[in-house]
Design a protein around this ligand. Structure first.
Ligand SMILES: O=C(O)C1=N[C@H](C(=O)O)C[C@H](O)C1
Length: 295
């Protein structure tokens, strides 16, 4: 199981490949994971935002974890598996976190409860209960998706909990991480791809980045340059990645990512489950141009 000290480096949230009829495409998942696991990543996230968690059933999550474990066994390569278990219902979140533990996950990614706009005390209670399952939990703040913002004091109180090993901050900007890193010693991973360099400067311990599905080695290299103290080179490496990163979030993640993965033949199709839709022709043209520059 993951420990605080393990939350360093590049973690890759994986897409969930679907066939044209929106069923799980297991052959693509196998091929795509083999490609990712050839890189020196610190962990995989299954059923995160990038994995289209709102439309993936728990039975499918179990299948995805089993497939990932089978690929790792076949490759003789083990990396930690983090499973998205957070919902907007505390009881379901606790149950899923327990189930993920039984599946052999190394940690759970638990998002701030969305839609119902709970008070800060309710968010803290949600994480308190999720933290008591025995599976380490990473708290995930992404206010643009949840509709509620985690206040720094609440974040620090959540990080105080024994079962919480760290946080993924997709709040946008450096305000939250600046406050949290002064209030807590636990690791904060960047989850806002375009802010990765700025967040490393502000104390982030790594990134959980959808864009690291592409140019994975460049992200790892940039992180290592930064850790080695070569911030100038890290900045240059990151600046070269930025145009592609920005385009990957111009329409809802993971639509651009899936189009790019399908273009590389890593997954068979860019199918998303409705209501998400494939990217527009306009964004396709911009991505093609960015790819010519980036590779
Ligand atoms: O899947 C995730 O986890 C991520 N979700 C963020 C989002 O799409 O809001 C982006 C981040 O890169 C990874």
């Amino acid at each position: 199981m993951l420990k605080e000290a393990d939350l360093r480096g590049i973690f890759v949230p994986v897409a969930t490949p679907f066939s044209a009829d929106e069923s799980l495409d297991e052959a693509s998942f196998d091929r795509y994971l083999r490609h990712l696991l050839a890189h020196d990543i610190q962990g995989l996230v299954i059923n995160g935002t990038t994995g289209e968690s709102p439309t993936v059933s728990w039975d499918e999550v179990e299948r995805l974890v089993a497939l990932a474990k089978a690929v790792m066994a076949a490759m003789h390569r083990q990396v930690p598996i983090i499973v998205g278990t957070g919902t907007n219902d505390t009881r379901t979140t606790v149950r899923r976190t327990e189930l993920a533990g039984r599946l052999g996950a190394d940690a759970a990614l638990v998002v701030v409860p969305y839609y119902s706009k709970p008070p800060q005390s309710g968010i803290a209670e949600h994480f308190r209960r999720a933290s008591e399952t025995g599976l380490p939990v990473i708290a995930y703040e992404v206010p643009s998706r949840t509709g509620v913002r985690l206040q720094p004091d609440t974040a620090a109180a959540i990080l105080e909990l024994n079962g919480i090993i760290g946080m993924k901050d997709s709040s946008g900007g450096i305000e939250l991480i600046s406050a949290v890193t002064t209030l807590s010693g636990k690791p904060v991973l960047c989850g806002e791809d375009a802010d990765f360099y700025a967040m490393l400067r502000q104390g982030a311990s790594g990134g959980m980045l959808a864009s690291a599905n592409l140019r994975t080695d460049a992200f790892i290299g940039m992180y290592r340059q930064f850790r080695a103290g070569d911030t100038g080179q890290a900045r240059r490496t990151f600046d070269a990645l930025l145009p592609l990163i920005r385009l990957m979030f111009e329409e809802s993640n993971p639509a651009p990512l899936k189009w790019l993965l399908a273009g590389q033949g890593l997954i068979a199709s860019d199918t998303l489950r409705s209501p998400l839709q494939p990217i527009t022709v306009g964004l396709q043209a911009k991505l093609e141009e960015a790819l010519r520059e980036a590779y």
